[in-house]
Design a protein around this ligand. Structure first.
Ligand code: CMC
Length: 386
């Protein structure tokens, strides 16, 4: 029995569908440009810090020195984790995927926030600051416990990225590496209505609180078509093993209709500007790296060349932000299991900024499904069913 007639146009994957107006981020997929609050990503990458980028995303403008210092001290003051959250991570780590541990721990933060269900703008800004600060501590603590080491308290003399590395490795990081991590955090901080931001907004649009909303975002970020692609791309480089196997591996993968993780994008049909910046870092690393990092770097550059020849100009499939990040994170000293949780550390300001903006003019996000099943079936009691 046919349920409906007159099929509506279905935009598979919601491709090309606008859900709201926003002044947070512009992704220009044709020209390969990205802007946070109007500032080109290249300018922020060169001149800004993750903390300043967070301020920009959350407040809509760059801070004055006084505003920056106040914001930065609030972020630092929020780094410490409630003991229960550390115990919870201890219990879950090495049993569940690191993204699942991060999702549970970040979600549980609501229990320690008296303002969790206060939906005023001021409280939401304070929650954003808490979430940005504590997510970094949670992910570093996951890494620390995963390696069988005791968690460390934050060091407020360090900036956000250096403190993350200190809480992970137990020593103050090399300035170049912490600067590189800071750059990676800036590049991942925001990206318009990507899948995880959209799911954050769907949850927030029901007027659930900020913690519930970003927990949805973290669940969505995990998948290999989205944030999980960074881990998947490095796994591929590990599988390739010897750089001389790169071309054969890619050839066979494409012949077998496999996706090469870290390539392709729904919006960019040209080189992702973030990937260009990360590639420049990779080229810097290449000269002075050894062992795994040298191998990954060489494999990544050879794979990139081949993919561009095969799919770049013909199908618009170019490297995205996730392709070169694995070798860079490995160089910095971050284990692969933390790549995607680290993506959540950097995307937190983007999720929070979108939520605060959307709540200014909230409407429940509720799309339609075109029903193609049966209707008016006759109900048969179970005892008569065959
Ligand atoms: N390798 C090989 N072929 C690809 C790839 C890839 N990475 N990406 C897309 N294609 C092909 C796909 O097979 C399809 O081919 P055909 O038309 O012959 O069937 C065509 O390109 C269109 O693919 P699609 O899945 O309809 O495109 P989409 O816009 O829905 O997908 C994507 C976007 C990111 C999911 C996809 O490019 C992909 O799966 N990439 C690999 C995963 C990845 O790197 N994700 C990170 C995205 S950027 C960071 C982030 O936001 O998280």
């Amino acid at each position: 029995m046919e349920a409906n007639s007159g099929e509506p146009k279905i935009e598979l994957g919601l491709e090309g569908v606008y859900i709201s107006k926003s002044s947070i981020c512009k992704v220009d997929g044709v020209n390969g440009k990205l802007y946070y609050r109007g500032y080109p990503i290249e300018a922020l990458a060169k001149n800004s810090s993750f903390e300043e980028t967070c301020y920009l995303l959350l407040n809509g403008h760059l801070p004055t020195l006084d505003q920056f210092e106040e914001f930065n001290s609030k972020l630092k003051a929020e780094r410490e984790l409630p003991e229960f959250i550390v115990d919870m991570i201890r219990e879950l780590v090495n049993k569940a995927d690191t993204m699942d541990v991060a999702r549970c721990a970040i979600s549980a933060l609501s229990a320690y926030d008296k303002e969790a269900y206060d939906d005023s703008d001021d409280a939401n800004l304070r929650k954003s600051i808490k979430l940005i600060a504590k997510t970094a501590s949670i992910v570093a603590t996951i890494g620390r416990l995963m390696m069988g080491k005791e968690p460390l308290k934050p060091d407020i003399s360090l900036n956000h990225s250096a403190n993350f590395m200190y809480m992970l490795n137990g020593e103050k990081p090399n300035a170049d590496k912490s600067k590189m991590l800071d750059l990676m955090l800036i590049l991942h901080a925001e990206h318009s209505s990507n899948a995880s931001t959209f799911s954050t907004m769907v949850t927030g649009s029901t007027l659930a609180d900020m913690y519930a909303a970003v927990t949805s975002g973290i669940g969505t970020l995990k998948g290999p078509l989205h944030g999980g692609a960074d881990q998947a791309a490095l796994k591929m480089m590990k599988n390739i093993g010897n750089p001389d196997n790169t071309e054969k591996y890619i050839e066979e993968a494409l012949a077998g209709k496999k996706r090469i993780m870290g390539f392709g994008h729904r919006v960019y049909k040209t080189y992702d500007p973030r990937a260009k910046i990360i590639k420049a870092e990779l080229l810097e690393i290449q000269g002075n790296s050894v062992g795994d990092v040298k191998n990954y770097t060489t494999i990544a550059l050879r794979a990139e060349k081949m993919m561009i020849e095969k799919l770049g100009n013909t199908k618009g499939i170019w490297p995205n932000v996730d392709f070169f990040s694995g070798p860079v994170y490995t160089y910095i000293g971050i284990p692969m299991e933390l790549f995607t949780p680290l993506f959540a550390v950097s995307r937190m300001p983007g999720w929070c900024a979108h939520m605060m903006e959307y709540w200014q003019n909230n409407r429940l996000l509720r799309p339609l499904e075109y029903y193609v099943g049966n209707i008016d079936l006759e109900y048969t009691p179970i005892r008569y069913r065959k």
